[in-house]
Design a protein around this ligand. Structure first.
Ligand code: F6R
Length: 364
């Protein structure tokens, strides 16, 4: 049941500290404070290239993983949505790993893409939330998210547990490749260990988002901006808002604004900026100022330090804990989920059963 919560979606948002912790504990050795993977039927250190395929929210989890794997493991990652990948007859490198991400393990396009990759001689790894699903059965190896059943049609806890698995996988890959030293590995593992409690901390401060949601609920269009691994979180935020509040939203790479979308900006288009304190912060902040100079109303999500730098330019700010940039995409998922939820509440839409959407898309 929903317990004390008004909707499954809110219950599932609040379950995240627990299910992220459950998922992390399947890889985390608390004594050694290290992360390790089960034995795979392929050798991590010999993987020349990775292809990631998924749909919707699971695709955005894969996009975050591309940033993590390329930066830390130094392995090239190709990524595509399944409905495109399966028909474009992509050549695939010998010995490559194909990685499929799916909450249900049954999404028709993702499953078809998996079969194609198999026909191309790839090793198949799936990340699924439903054990004994089709994708689980047809893969060479499986990593489970321990999100528990997700009832709300809009994916929340499945996404952050996918990110948790993908972060652990990226660390293990980086280590197997010899691409990070022990100090870096220790830093990343420490950052991961903090995620469940940091997630709880973010959830305890959701009052600000409820107020901000009132403004956003009036809008016809909303822009979400981020750079680096915050770019997929911007797109995920936009998808959450579209699907449950029916407000048109777009997630953009902050640096792409000046190549077109900045023309959209006026006082009626709220701009949500995802700006953790990382090596991209100053660039994202200056893109934000460019939008403000054109009348944009910015809602800025950043650490205390980032918020202090930008508060004077923004109509609202969301102060996030100051975390290692590696885990920022997991933490910044929470405020974008809550914002979409509270906007939908203001609009009175059916949060758990949005119109036209099905939980599992088993048609092509
Ligand atoms: C969005 C959402 C969908 C799913 C997509 C893939 O909130 O839930 O975009 O992420 O349909 O589903 P799975 O992960 O089951 O393959």
């Amino acid at each position: 049941g929903k317990g004390d919560h008004r909707h499954y979606m809110l219950k599932e948002i609040y379950e995240q500290p627990q299910v992220i912790g459950d998922t992390l504990s399947t890889f985390f050795n608390p004594t050694a404070q290290t992360i390790s993977m089960p034995n795979f039927p392929f050798d991590l250190k010999n993987i020349p290239r990775i292809t990631i395929v998924a749909c919707g929210t699971s695709f955005y989890a894969g996009l975050v993983a591309k940033y993590w794997i390329e930066q830390y493991a130094r392995i090239g990652v190709d990524i595509d949505v399944a409905s495109e990948f399966r028909y474009r007859e992509a050549p695939m490198q010998d010995g490559g790993l194909a990685l499929f991400i799916s909450q249900s393990g049954e999404t028709a396009d993702t499953l078809a893409a998996l079969r194609y990759a198999k026909s191309q001689g790839q090793s198949i790894l799936s990340i699924v939330n439903v054990p004994e699903s089709s994708m689980e059965r047809e893969s060479d190896a499986v990593l489970l998210t321990h999100a528990g059943p997700e009832i709300g049609v809009a994916s929340t806890k499945a996404f952050t547990t996918q990110l948790t698995v993908l972060a652990c996988f990226a660390i293990s890959l980086a280590k197997a490749k010899g691409a990070i030293d022990t100090a870096c590995e220790a830093r990343l593992c420490r950052a991961m260990a903090e995620v469940p409690s940091r997630t709880a901390e973010v959830l305890n401060h959701d009052e600000a988002l409820r107020k901000i949601a009132q403004n956003v609920a009036e809008a016809r269009d909303v822009l979400y901006l981020g750079r680096g691994s915050s770019f997929p979180i911007a797109m995920e935020g936009a998808l959450k808002l579209k699907e449950i509040s029916y407000i048109h939203a777009e997630g953009y790479a902050a640096g792409e604004m000046k190549h077109g979308p900045i023309a959209l900006i006026d006082e009626n288009v709220p701009i949500i900026v995802i700006a953790p304190m990382d090596s991209n912060f100053e660039k994202t902040a200056s893109n934000t100022q460019e939008s403000v100079a054109r009348g944009g109303k910015v809602i800025f999500m950043a650490s205390k330090e980032g918020v202090e730098k930008m508060a004077d330019h923004c109509i609202a700010t969301v102060t996030m804990p100051n975390v290692d940039p590696f885990v920022a995409p997991i933490l910044y998922s929470i405020p974008v989920q809550l914002l979409a939820y509270y906007v939908a509440i203001h609009k009175g839409t059916d949060v758990d059963q949005p119109r036209n959407l099905a939980k599992s898309v088993t048609v092509e």
